[in-house]
Write a protein that binds this ligand. Structure first.
Ligand code: SF4
Ligand code: SF4
Length: 403
């Protein structure tokens, strides 16, 4: 089949681009399927919400991603670069059929238009990964300074992406991309690579179709090269040429550059695989047991317990609570003291999802305290019933002598 890998890469690229453009606009529980919301500093990921207070969780998730990326690089080499990197996907679409297709006048006119349109769409979607696309029409319509900032960032991003695609292109992969430079040192002797079969060099027609097709301008017959993004354009080109002689391609995907591939355990592959699974398991454990809300309960600024004269004291307190989940929560407050019974002026609080943090004054009445020199130990528990979770705060209140 001609252009087997090019067709497969086009399908993969278009699907990935569609996914990237769609994710912020897909609503799960009223929020984007994926967005780091800058105004609230919260990550929305497929219905889950992770706030900055869960920074440790994000760090563990990041470790899992880094080790998984290293593991996949050892296994599949530069498959990311050749098949999934946004740079490759956008350049492939903008190339309108690749280097082996003769570019007509229409294609030459269409290419810059396509680059600008793609850049505008990608930068627009990128902005929506940080600002809610559901609030964007109202925000832009309001004409505020924030609206101007959003439009400005969108415009600058569009310009940068268009310039990069139009003028730097594949040079970025070979000369600038740090991930590309790192990948080479991660390979082992069985990493998936695109290689020329030098043992069959005598069969080469020297047509140079492989080199002409290469988007990074290298000749795979010269051996492994750091610029190669393993896109398999040369494989398709050689397959087509060699098929005319009824022979298999001289360039192909293979496990390592040396054949037959060595045997024995792949230590770095095993270690990074284990580490990525361990970090992923730890991340899932932390994520599934993470608090649905955050709360604090303290005496109000400068407040001291006031003796009432009937063996009780009153203390003005302040409850702060924030819903960190995607469900409406009902909170229950329970206060106790070793000195006597405690009654709170309010014990039930509704905390709807996505609401602004709750701040509320609560008065505690502690009975059985008449000695103004005693510190009153207090324990306050705030719990949600579904999902079950509680936060307990302990502090001591200083009574104020009665005048
Ligand atoms: S040598 Fe082949 S696989 Fe490597 S970048 Fe060029 S065309 Fe792609
Ligand atoms: S396309 Fe194949 S036959 Fe032609 S030069 Fe390249 S390796 Fe040789």
């Amino acid at each position: 089949m001609t252009d087997r890998f090019r067709k497969a890469r086009s399908v993969v690229g278009l699907l990935l681009l569609a996914l990237f453009l769609a994710l912020p606009f897909v609503s799960i529980g009223g929020e984007s399927a994926l967005r780091f919301d800058v105004p609230t500093l919260r990550l929305h990921a497929f219905g889950a919400v992770v706030g900055m207070q869960d920074f440790f969780l994000l760090l563990i998730g990041l470790f899992a991603i880094v080790f998984a990326a290293i593991f996949l690089t050892i296994l599949f080499g530069r498959l990311w670069c050749g098949w999934a990197c946004p740079q490759t996907v956008l350049l492939d679409i903008a190339s309108l059929g690749g280097r082996r297709r003769k570019q007509g006048r229409t294609a030459k006119i269409l290419r810059p238009i396509l680059i600008v349109a793609l850049s505008a769409a990608v930068s627009g979607a990128s902005v929506c990964y940080f600002v809610s696309p559901f609030d964007l029409p109202a925000l832009l319509g309001g004409g505020s300074r924030t609206a101007g900032l959003v439009i400005g960032i969108w415009g600058i991003l569009t310009l940068l992406i268009a310039l990069e695609l139009g003028f730097i292109g594949r040079k970025f992969c070979a000369k600038i991309c740090p991930y590309a430079k790192l990948q080479g040192i991660l390979f082992d002797d069985r990493t998936l690579v695109v290689a020329y079969d030098s043992t069959r060099a005598g069969e080469c027609m020297k047509c140079a179709a492989c080199a002409t097709a290469c988007p990074v301008d290298i000749d795979i017959r010269d051996g492994a090269q750091v610029e190669c993004i393993h896109c398999a354009e040369c494989v398709d080109a050689c397959t087509e040429r060699m098929a005319r002689r009824g022979k298999a391609s001289l360039v192909r995907y293979s496990r390592g550059f040396v054949q037959p591939a060595p045997k024995g355990p792949r230590v770095s592959l095993i270690l990074t695989g284990l580490l990525s699974v361990a970090f992923l398991a730890f991340f899932l454990f932390l994520f599934l047991t993470k608090a649905p809300f955050d709360a604090s309960f303290r005496p109000a600024e400068g407040a001291r317990a006031a003796l009432t004269g009937s063996g009780a004291v009153m203390l003005q307190c302040r409850l702060s609570a924030r819903n960190l989940s995607t469900a409406d929560l009902d909170l229950e407050l329970e206060a106790s003291s070793a000195l006597g019974s405690v009654e709170a002026s309010r014990t039930r609080f509704a905390l709807p999802k996505g609401s602004t943090p709750l701040k509320m004054a609560v008065t505690l009445t502690i009975r059985g305290v008449s000695d103004p020199s005693l510190l009153i130990p207090l324990t306050v528990t705030i719990r949600s019933l579904s999902p079950g979770y509680s936060i307990t705060t302990s502090f001591a209140a200083m009574p104020r002598p009665r005048k």
